[in-house]
Every structure is written in structure tokens, then in C-alpha cells.
Design a protein around this ligand. Structure first.
Ligand SMILES: *Cc1c(COP(=O)(O)O)cnc(C)c1O
Length: 393
């Protein structure tokens, strides 16, 4: 049988990631592949680092894209900053904190867990208590924007506490970067990783990371070798570092990096603050529509993410059937609940390029129609006009 070329359906991506990719990025990715040590490519790498410093609001020299998805950025932070025998405080308020614990254990270190109810932010008071009880802890790790629940934590306060007790802070900013205020230098974050496919709206497969001088100092003074060859920053710096010899480490995903460069150029054109504001505006309109329909949000307004809307499912509704009708009849993807939230919430992403008025109105209209057809207990026909009203406020 002759298998022919793959042509994906055209969807609107309003789940927890990937988000809709700006056509400018796809066009950039189709440009000719050149060698990864070609001076033209190296010049683009330098620009990418500078654009990324802007996106992260940092002057950290060690700011770069890792050639692998967000999970690899997570692993890079842990394997480099955690040595066997250390104690790491992991604040868990959703799925991604669980993965941090797993990383700590695989580094041969001991995780000290702070567990928070899902949907709540990490509690600074609990962190301080745990830091006091564990004076030998060396690292604190937490997720800034929990994509599994839609809650944001106060990163600045948590990092400050970590430093008061001589700990370095590792922050997961996969979903927050470009969607919510994030200031790496001002908040003194030591190690941060993100992803490209959430609010930066690039294709998946790259993880931007940044490390402070404090973090680099610890990495350079490790007693043991980093157990991962691929993610060992001492080696990666030889390729991406500012005074690097550009020695061969691995072949960079050349065309993906063209796309990421373009995504960051787009972010720079819009302006970071404007991007944060756009995410907030579209969230407010979606919220007006969702509430007009009679549905509610899982997370309290005070710490609700604008880019990830966890919406409660009305009584008796087959939530998977709703999602498949949205996908098949409306070409619209929304997310299911993850982990213990499965069956309890939908996750409607308004990330990056997908965070726009058309998507908000289309999503509300489609959800309203599908739920009404199913006979769900909602107020039909109100959502779209409520969202429109929110835009014109
Ligand atoms: C998506 C996500 C990740 C993982 O990123 P991948 O690119 O899927 O590996 C990690 N942390 C958070 C908070 C995320 O939302």
C-alpha cells in the first residue's frame, strides 16, 4: 500500500497546549535548512538568546532554548542543580509538581513535599514552615502556573523565602511565559524552564531555560557528575554559551529554532506587557460568557490563570462527548481534566496566538450549542452576547 503525505485537519487549539501557531512561524520554519555551525545560524542563535532574555526579563547570560520539550527543561534544572543526598522542597498543587518529585528522586535526592489542594496556589506560610523544619534543604521547586488546575502561585514571594533559608529556587514557567507577568531578575529566580507551545505559540519541542549566577556557581562546584550527558549544562554551555567555541554537542533542531526565533520576534513586536494584558482581556470575556451560561470556574478569581480556564462540567453531562463534538463538528479542541481533575473540569486554553476575540466568541457559541443540544442544564443563548459586552466595556 502506498502511504501518501499527511495533511492534518485545520483545528482551533484551545486546550492546555499546544496552542494555535501563528502562520508567520510556520512560514519561518519552512526556510532552507543550513548547518548548525554555519555563521548565519550562529548569528540567529545569538539573537534568539537576546529575545529570550527579554521574554524572561533577565540579563542572565545562560539563557537559551533546550533542544527538547518543556519536560526536558524541567529535567535540565533538576539534574544540574540537585546532587545525590540533597534535600529538595517540592511544592505540589497539581500534576506538574508530581513530576518534580519524580525528578528529585531520580537525582538520588530526597523530596520534601508540601501538598496543596488542587486549584489552590502554593502557600508561602507552609513553605516557610517547611524551610524552618528542614534547615539542610538546598533547593525549593514549584510551578508558577499549574496547567492542570489553572492556578497561579506568587513566585516572587516563594523565591524570596527560599533565599532567606539559603535555598536555590527552580521555577516551572511553561504556561506562564508570555501569558502572565514573569520577571526572572526582579524576582531573583535561580533556574527557570518554559515551553514553546503554550503562550509563546510556537510548535512544541523546545524548552527555553535561564540560570542565574548563583545557579551556575553551584553547577560549576558540583562534587558529582551530572547523570545526564545530554542535559549537562557544563557541556551544553560549550555550544550555546556566550564565549563558547561552538563545539559540536548535538545537532540543533535548526528549523524549529527558526520558528522559535520568529515567535520571539512576534512577542517583541507586541510587547510583553501587551501580551499579558491581551491574555487578561480575553479571559475576562470568556469568563463573562461561561458565567452567563451558568457554569463556574474551578479556581478562585484571585489566583486564576487567564490562559488556562478550568471550567466546571454541568451535572450529568458526558464531558468526553462534548469534547469530541467540539472537535468533529467545530474543529475546536478544548482540554479534559488531568489526573484527579479528570471528569470534573474542562480546560479551555487562551494561550498566545489562540488568545483572541474570535476564538472566545466561537468557543462560547459552540459550547453553548453543543450543551443545549444535549439538554444540559445551562442558560442557553446568553454566552456570546455576555462576552461581547465584556469586550465593549
Ligand atoms: C506543558 C507543561 C509541561 C511540560 O511541557 P512539555 O513541552 O509537554 O514537555 C511542564 N510544566 C507545565 C506547567 C506544563 O504546562
Amino acid at each position: 500500500m502506498a502511504i501518501s503525505s499527511f495533511h492534518p485537519p485545520v483545528r482551533t487549539l484551545m486546550g492546555p497546549g499546544p496552542s494555535d501557531v501563528n502562520p508567520r512561524i510556520l512560514e519561518a520554519m519552512s526556510r532552507p535548512t543550513i548547518g548548525h555551525l554555519d555563521p548565519a545560524f550562529v548569528g540567529m542563535m545569538e539573537e534568539t538568546k537576546a529575545l529570550l532574555q527579554y521574554a524572561f526579563q533577565t540579563e542572565n547570560k545562560l539563557t537559551m532554548p533546550v533542544s527538547a520539550p518543556g519536560s526536558a527543561g524541567m529535567e535540565m534544572c533538576f539534574v544540574n542543580l540537585v546532587e545525590p543526598g540533597e534535600k529538595v522542597i517540592v511544592c505540589q498543587n497539581g500534576v506538574f509538581g508530581m513530576r518534580m518529585k519524580e525528578n528529585v528522586e531520580r537525582c538520588g535526592a530526597t523530596p520534601i513535599m508540601i501538598e496543596e489542594d488542587w486549584g489552590k496556589p502554593v502557600s508561602p506560610a507552609k513553605l516557610e514552615e517547611t524551610l524552618q523544619a528542614n534547615p539542610d534543604a538546598s533547593v525549593v521547586a514549584f510551578v508558577h502556573a499549574e496547567t492542570s488546575t489553572g492556578a497561579i502561585s506568587d513566585a516572587e514571594t516563594l523565591v524570596k523565602l527560599a533565599h532567606q533559608y539559603d535555598c536555590l529556587a527552580i521555577v516551572d514557567a511553561v504556561t506562564s511565559l508570555a501569558g502572565s507577568p514573569l520577571k526572572v531578575d526582579e524576582w531573583e529566580i535561580d533556574a527557570i524552564y518554559s515551553g514553546t507551545q503554550k503562550c509563546v505559540s510556537c510548535t512544541p519541542g523546545i524548552s527555553p531555560v535561564s540560570f542565574s549566577e548563583r545557579a551556575i556557581n553551584k553547577i560549576q562546584n558540583r562534587k558529582t557528575k551530572v547523570q545526564s550527558w545530554f542535559l549537562d549544562l557544563n557541556l551544553v554551555m560549550g555550544y550555546w554559551g556566550s564565549n563558547a567555541q561552538r563545539s559540536y554537542h548535538h545537532t540543533a533542531p535548526i528549523n524549529s529554532l527558526y520558528g522559535f526565533h520568529e515567535a520571539l520576534v512576534i512577542l517583541q513586536e507586541e510587547g510583553l506587557e501587551n501580551s499579558w494584558e491581551r491574555h487578561a482581556t480575553n479571559h475576562n470575556a470568556l469568563k463573562a460568557g461561561v458565567e452567563a451560561m451558568g457554569l463556574s470556574f474551578f479556581v478562585d478569581e484571585a489566583y486564576r490563570l487567564p490562559q488556562l480556564n478550568a471550567v466546571t462540567i454541568p451535572e450529568g453531562v458526558d464531558e468526553a462527548a462534548v469534547r469530541s463534538t467540539l472537535l468533529n463538528s467545530y474543529n475546536l479542541e478544548i482540554g479534559a481534566g488531568l489526573g484527579s481533575m479528570a471528569g470534573k473540569i474542562w480546560r479551555i486554553g487562551l494561550m498566545g496566538f489562540a488568545s483572541n476575540e474570535t476564538n472566545v466568541l466561537n468557543c462560547l457559541g459552540a459550547l453553548d450549542a453543543v450543551l443545549s443540544e444535549m439538554g444540559a442544564d445551562i442558560r442557553s443563548g446568553k454566552a456570546v452576547s455576555a462576552a461581547k459586552a465584556a469586550y465593549s466595556e
